[in-house]
Ligand binder design. Structure first.
Ligand code: 5GP
Length: 349
């Protein structure tokens, strides 16, 4: 554990609302009142409590679709600027607080991604500004990055990625990209955009221009891709034509897609525990990380959603080390190289 903690590394694939410590959600639930006024469909207190109960007892996911059912209860609790600010601070503590006995925090650098929501009390822009104001001040409260890995910005230890959910309309996605470009230009640490959400929803034919605009606007692009067997090879090729800088999961790439990813040296964000619990991978031995390790392809080891998966970045790295069949049985040098790759794959200004 000491070796893993000391290793400089970047967490590049963590979803804000999937990474809130349970204690913070419970705290937010105490002051929750369902928005029942003027015909708005709110989430009832019972639904919120049932969601918390599931998270408390440990989530069983039979298929990846079940996983997305966890979010309405979480979202109900993070639907005001105050609540999303509190939740963000909680997530940052989970990644950066140094507990007694630990010499270093979970990660050296964090790119936290989140889907800007508009609610009764905030617009999508207010949502993003709220998250960015917390991440910026938190980033400045941390010790500066060593010059050797800072790439010119020693004070920036946290960036934000705006996620576009596959269930959104094209108009809403366009709105978010416009806001994201503006916030990036203000130097608030907004570094990129992501495509996320239920992999079986939405139409990839409609989104290319949106990601093109993001790229021209100077944002990094990461896409959840080929997450399930239902994602067709044609869909995957279409997403690759958006020219992403990184890929989330990329579990079911066929030969043609793998070749493109290899040629472009596109970093793959690997979330081992998430894949095992969502049953998109049966075990570590057959996990696609094995293929990419053989190719010495750029990878980043990530947590995805520490709230339901109850994992940590340290635990994900421990899986690299642990002897087979519990882990991948890699050497310290191999793990060090992977950690360096994660830092090299950051979205920098
Ligand atoms: P948020 O973006 O609201 O901060 O974080 C939660 C959201 O992230 C979920 O509603 C979902 O859209 C997305 N998300 C979290 N984990 C995954 C994942 O493993 N796969 C996909 N496709 N989306 C995810």
């Amino acid at each position: 554990v000491r070796f893993i903690r000391r290793l400089p590394k970047a967490e590049l694939h963590a979803h804000l609302n999937g990474s809130i410590p349970l204690a913070i959600l419970q705290e937010l639930a105490q002051s929750y009142s369902p928005p029942s006024a003027d015909g708005q469909i709110g989430v009832s207190n019972d639904t919120v409590q049932a969601g918390l109960e599931k998270l408390r007892n440990g989530v069983t996911i039979e298929a990846i679709g079940d996983f997305f059912g966890l979010f309405p209860a979480i979202y109900a609790l993070t639907s005001t600027p105050e609540a999303i600010a509190r939740a963000t601070r909680g997530v940052l503590d989970a990644f950066f607080q140094v507990d007694d006995g630990d010499e270093e925090p979970e990660c050296t650098y964090l790119e936290l991604r989140t889907t800007p929501r508009s609610t009764e009390t905030m617009s999508r822009e207010v949502y993003l500004r709220t998250v960015l104001s917390v991440t910026s001040s938190y980033s400045h409260s941390l010790p500066p990055l060593p010059e050797s890995i800072a790439h010119g910005s020693t004070r920036r230890r946290i960036s934000v990625i705006a996620s576009l959910d596959r269930r959104m309309s094209v108009e809403v996605m366009e709105e978010i990209v416009d806001i994201a470009i503006r916030l990036k230009d203000e130097g608030l640490g907004l570094a990129g955009v992501d495509l996320c959400g239920d992999p079986n929803k939405g139409n990839v034919e409609e989104w290319k221009h949106i990601f093109e605009k993001a790229r021209i606007g100077g944002l990094g692009i990461t896409l959840h891709i080929a997450e399930t067997l239902e994602n067709s090879p044609e869909e995957t090729l279409k997403l690759l034509s958006y020219k992403p800088d990184r890929l989330g999961h990329a579990t079911f790439l066929d030969e043609e897609a793998r070749k493109i990813v290899m040629e472009n040296q596109t970093c793959i964000e690997i979330c081992l525990t998430s894949n095992l619990l969502c049953k998109t991978a049966t075990d570590l031995d057959s996990h696609h990380i094995r293929h990419w390790l053989k190719q010495q392809h750029p990878l980043a080891i990530c947590t995805d959603d520490i709230l339901p998966f109850r994992n940590s970045l340290t635990a994900e790295y421990a899986l690299l080390f642990a002897k087979q069949p519990l882990g991948l049985g890699l050497t310290e040098d191999e793990v060090r190289t992977i950690a360096e790759m994660s830092l090299d794959s950051r979205f920098l200004d």
